[in-house]
Ligand binder design. Structure first.
Ligand code: PLP
Ligand code: COI
Length: 340
């Protein structure tokens, strides 16, 4: 590994790597796409992405396994989710098989940046697409660019596996019939004010409630919730305005098939939250981050699992999921894509 990077002290930040993948959509068709060296993008001052935020993204990781391979985790599901996102944002779909191939090419072009096994760091891969031609009347772009870059990252939350404290937000992240279920850049733009306010008040994240009734748990700005009942059932919130997390869907399988837990995917009322034994956030960036405390306008919900470490069920889910990702535990058919 030729790169002079202090792998075990990485945060979740951007480090420029050697290669990125670029494909262009013009006159109704995608070109072949290729790896390039230049990290900069030049576009019209009136590009649709700049004026009307026609942009979307995905996030997945490459892992170095115990036996020295480089793999990704369920990239087909990211490709399928980006297809759903593109259809909602009136963007052209980048074909799913070529999408996965673009991920493979990008990781292969940056193999020296895949952190060593056991370092605690991983290679975060960011595929994204945006409308690039000038648009001034409100309408979709005609030309698009699809790109993939990657960057080595450490833990998303400072302190890694230490439980975090979050607050119930007064802001909504999604509208009832809006774009909460897709990975549109605009969802993150509108979360910037609430997250800055949460940080100023000392919270790591916001818990968003359902925008229609504000009685049900949705998700945070960048992760789904998992809850564990006192008798060891995994409960995850179901809603039409939550992003369908690939990590959460995988955890549901791990809980049921590997750990023999009961799994419920259903509406979760905020009033029930105080009765759960464990709470965590799950996502590609967050992996599984334990939540120790939720503050609702001064009222505190503290989880029995405590503030010092992950609760026992969360820990088992975390160990099994990361064991599968790092090649220590046999994965279900089709979950691991070997790159090198
Ligand atoms: N929810 C939101 C809003 C996200 O941005 C993400 C990150 O992708 C997730 C959940 C977790 O999804 P995944 O597990 O597919 O990374
Ligand atoms: C991810 O987990 O990939 C995310 O997109 C979360 C955040 C970085 C937006």
């Amino acid at each position: 590994m030729g790169k002079d990077i202090d792998w075990s002290n990485l945060g979740f930040g951007y480090i420029e790597t050697d290669k990125r993948f670029v494909a262009n959509y013009k006159n109704g068709a995608w070109d072949e796409g290729k790896l390039v060296d230049d990290p900069m993008i030049t576009m019209s001052e009136c590009a649709c992405v700049l004026q009307y935020a026609q942009t979307c993204f995905e996030g997945l990781k490459a892992y170095r396994t115990e036996d020295g391979h480089v793999v990704t985790f369920r990239p087909d599901l990211n490709a399928a989710r980006m297809k759903d996102t593109c259809e909602r944002l009136v963007m052209p779909v980048y074909p799913e098989d070529k999408w996965v191939d673009a991920i493979v090419q990008t990781v292969k072009g940056n193999l020296d940046y895949v952190p060593p096994y056991g370092s605690g760091a991983t290679l975060y891969i960011r595929p994204y697409m945006f409308g690039i031609n000038p648009v001034i009347g409100v309408k979709p772009a005609e030309d698009y660019q699809f790109r993939v870059f990657c960057t080595p990252v450490g833990p998303y939350f400072k302190g890694g596996a230490k439980p975090i404290t979050i607050r119930v937000s007064d802001f909504d992240r999604a509208a009832p019939h809006g774009t909460g279920h897709i990975k549109a850049g605009l969802n993150y733009a509108m979360s910037l004010h609430p997250i800055m306010e949460a940080h100023e008040q000392g919270y790591a994240e916001n818990m968003y409630l359902d925008p229609a009734t504000r009685t049900k748990v949705e998700e945070t700005g960048g992760a789904n919730f998992i809850f564990i009942t006192k008798d060891g059932t995994l409960v995850t919130p179901k809603s039409g305005s939550i992003l369908p997390s690939i990590t959460r869907r995988s955890i549901m399988v791990v809980a049921e098939k590997y750990l023999g837990m009961k799994v419920e995917h259903r509406e979760v009322f905020f009033d029930e939250v105080k009765d759960f034994a464990e709470c965590g956030l799950c996502g590609t960036a967050a992996v599984i981050s334990p939540v120790g405390k939720i503050v609702d306008h001064g009222k505190e919900i503290c989880f029995a699992s405590g503030m010092e470490e992950m609760g026992p069920y969360t820990k088992k889910l975390y160990d099994t999921l990361t064991g599968i990702q790092m090649g220590r535990i046999e994965a279900p058919e089709g979950w691991i894509k070997v790159i090198a």
